[in-house]
Design a protein around this ligand. Structure first.
Ligand code: SAM
Ligand code: SF4
Length: 321
């Protein structure tokens, strides 16, 4: 499936819920969040119908996201069914990690290919502040629970924010030194607070090179996304960067997103979306959905507009990151 700018689209992010057990400052407002009513959330059957139609059009990789996806009941059964969908090669998950110890066995049985865990700092106090009351030790328990599962590709996603980000960068990078886990630094996107600026890839790289020695750009392709990876001497895992604002990668964008209430979003930043829920609830099946997806793809913009003064923002927890 190609869009009007010739980009191959083979990656779909499915958000299964907008609920979360954390309230990260850059993702959700502190108060006044209105939850999507359960009746508006797509059922697993509906999500599977979209997955099937998308796979028939060439989607090969699906990421399950949220909100916190492990909060949704029976999500591991859903993942197992998605994995069996013809054409789908990988199903991965992004999570804050807190519930992983409860679900890792079921996730492994479901055939999950990879798990990304968000972790921005190892400092207890700062973690509580950033997540509005999360406990970093719970995330660490989540990470530890995945380590014995060799076949699951684990990555850490780190958004550096606030004072002392340098300390956080070194602490989190250290995980890739000790373990075969890739650590990716994700640039903060100005959604909740449009004044807030993320740290630049160059600054983080210079800092890590000061501490660990020269980084070498990794030529092999890792994963299915826009991350650029580097190797550091004596590191078991790699260091990646996803810098959507400062190093725009829209020309290589391969993804579309489905929100839990059935909106097909063509770009993370633009609110331009196609309503698949109405079609599903009026009885649309695979063929009709395929047509809607193909038509929707025509709306995919050439590039995002973060950094312009015309940002259309929605909590990231509703979009799925
Ligand atoms: N709750 C799960 C988690 O935290 O991984 C999945 C959903 S979360 C919205 C997905 C990813 O979006 C996380 O890695 C999070 O750090 C990232 N994210 C949220 N808001 C962001 C922002 N404003 N800028 C950059 N990344 C953001
Ligand atoms: Fe929840 Fe993930 Fe958003 Fe944090 S980043 S509030 S864990 S959805």
């Amino acid at each position: 499936m190609k869009d009007q700018y010739g980009r191959l689209i083979d990656y779909l992010r499915i958000s299964v819920t907008d609920r979360c057990n954390l309230r990260c400052v850059y993702c959700m407002p502190e108060k006044g969040v209105t939850w999507i009513p359960h009746s508006e959330v797509l059922t697993y059957e509906e999500l599977l119908t979209v997955g099937k139609a998308a796979a028939a059009l060439g989607i090969k990789h699906i990421k399950i996201t949220g909100g916190e996806p492990l909060l949704r009941k029976n999500v591991t059964e859903f993942i197992a069914r998605l994995k069996k969908t013809k054409g789908i090669e990988t199903v991965t998950l992004t999570t804050n990690g807190i519930l992983l110890p409860n679900y890792i066995e079921q996730l492994s049985k479901a055939g999950i290919d990879g798990i990304n865990i968000s972790l921005d700092t190892l400092e207890e106090k700062k973690f509580r502040k950033l997540t509005r009351n999360g406990e970093v030790k719970d995330v660490w328990k989540g990470i530890s629970s995945v380590i014995p599962y060799d076949q699951i590709n684990m990555k850490i996603n780190c958004v550096l924010a606030g004072k002392d980000w340098q300390k956080d960068a070194v602490h989190v990078a250290e995980i890739a030194k000790k373990y075969r886990i890739h650590v990716r630094f994700i640039e903060l996107m100005p959604i909740q607070n449009q004044e807030e600026k993320g740290n630049l890839e160059e600054e983080i790289k210079a800092l890590l090179e000061d501490v660990y020695g020269p980084m070498r750009r990794c030529e092999e392709r890792i994963g299915f996304g826009p991350s650029v990876y580097y190797e550091l001497p004596e590191f078991c895992g790699k260091i990646g960067f996803i810098s959507a604002v400062s190093h725009k990668f829209c020309n290589q964008c391969n993804r579309i997103r489905l929100t839990c209430d059935g909106k097909l979003r063509l770009c993370l930043q633009s609110e331009n979306a196609v309503d698949l829920k109405s079609a599903l609830r009026q009885g649309a099946y695979e063929e009709e959905l395929k047509q809607l997806l193909e038509k929707g793809l025509l709306e995919k913009p050439r590039e995002h507009r973060f950094g312009c003064d015309c940002i259309e923002g929605e909590a990231m927890s509703r979009i799925g990151g």
